[in-house]
Design a protein. Structure first.
Length: 323
């Protein structure tokens, strides 16, 4: 009996017994009978280092081909040789040459050559479609985002249906619009949750730098505009032009220094201390105060007596000694 028949007989599945599991279930539980055999080393291909280097030199500068890094068997009579790339522009890359030979032939054939990146090579980022590459904040006035039909953040809204004859059409449309009437899609529970997490974790949330230094929360600020919907108990809109969050959604337990009811600590004006001169018995006063002091002293001083008109005037002359 040939060996091929023995292998075939070993791989044939036995017929399942009565009441046993189906054949496909038994095959799923049974491990794979045969594994892919590793290619046997080909000494002729593994030793053809010079042939691989010459093949790479035909497409690259020989000065940029470095040392031989090794060779691996890719399949039966198929080997790949690797060489270091010494070019400064391709640091971390390596050259490869794939060699093969036909059965019972010693002629080596070059299949292909290539320059491949290594683990530490500088490569371009993985290509992403434009709609997946956009990030929040990238949209400009000229851009239009592609529509996402299966957006998990949205769900179908309510549709208007014809009113019955006995129904009143003069109803308040605002609450109905808030529920989604007139919009094809509205926020889903997941979309609302994502928005709440994003706003809570932003700088306008309770953990922001402004909120940590604020002395009062936004819930008590007069500039807070309430929101509608399920998030009205957690967020509002700031309407204070002096606040850095003007026109933005803020958490009710956030805050900033532009709160309508907070004030700065006002300090009394400092008075200048008098300067005393210890060297002189004078007091430095202003010109206006000095003039007033002189005028007051002149009024209080008695007037000097003038000489009488009829009093004789005695002339006293002094002459020098006669000679």
């Amino acid at each position: 009996m040939s060996e091929l028949f023995s292998r075939w007989l070993h791989d044939v599945e036995p017929a399942p017994a009565a009441g046993s599991a189906p054949a496909h279930a038994a095959a799923a539980d049974r491990p794979t009978a045969r594994r892919a055999a590793r290619p046997s080393p080909d000494a002729l291909l593994l030793e053809a280092v010079d042939a691989a280097r010459s093949a790479i030199a035909e497409v690259a500068d020989p000065n940029h081909i470095g040392a031989h890094l090794g060779a691996v068997m890719e399949g039966q009579r198929l080997a790949t040789h690797s060489f270091a790339c010494t070019s400064k522009a391709y640091r971390g890359w390596h050259w490869v040459a794939v060699l093969a030979r036909a059965p019972r032939s010693k002629t080596i054939t070059v299949c292909e050559t290539a320059l491949l990146p290594g683990d530490d090579a500088l490569v371009a980022p993985r290509w992403l479609p434009w709609e997946d590459r956009l990030q929040p904040g990238d949209l400009s006035a000229r851009d239009t985002l592609p529509k996402v039909d299966d957006d998990p953040n949205l769900e179908a809204g309510f549709e208007q249906v014809p009113l019955a004859e006995d129904e009143d059409d003069a109803v308040d449309q605002l609450p109905i619009f808030e529920l989604g009437l007139g919009r094809r899609r509205v926020l889903s529970a997941q979309g609302i949750s994502h928005a709440a997490e994003r706003w809570h974790d932003s700088e306008a949330g309770p953990d922001g730098e402004f909120a940590k230094r604020a002395s009062a929360q936004c819930v008590t600020c007069g500039y807070l505009l309430p929101m509608a919907g399920s998030l009205r108990t957690q967020f509002g809109v700031c309407a204070n032009q002096w606040s850095p969050f003007d026109g933005r959604v803020v958490a009710l337990d956030a805050g900033c220094g532009a709160h309508s009811e907070t004030d700065v600590e006002r300090q009394a004006p400092e008075t200048a201390q008098p300067v005393i001169d210890d060297l002189h018995d004078t007091v430095d006063v202003s010109a206006g105060e000095a003039s007033a002091a002189e005028a007051s002293a002149a009024e209080e001083a008695p007037a000097a007596e003038a000489p009488a008109a009829d009093a004789p005037v005695t002339e006293v002359s002094t002459s020098g000694a006669s000679g």
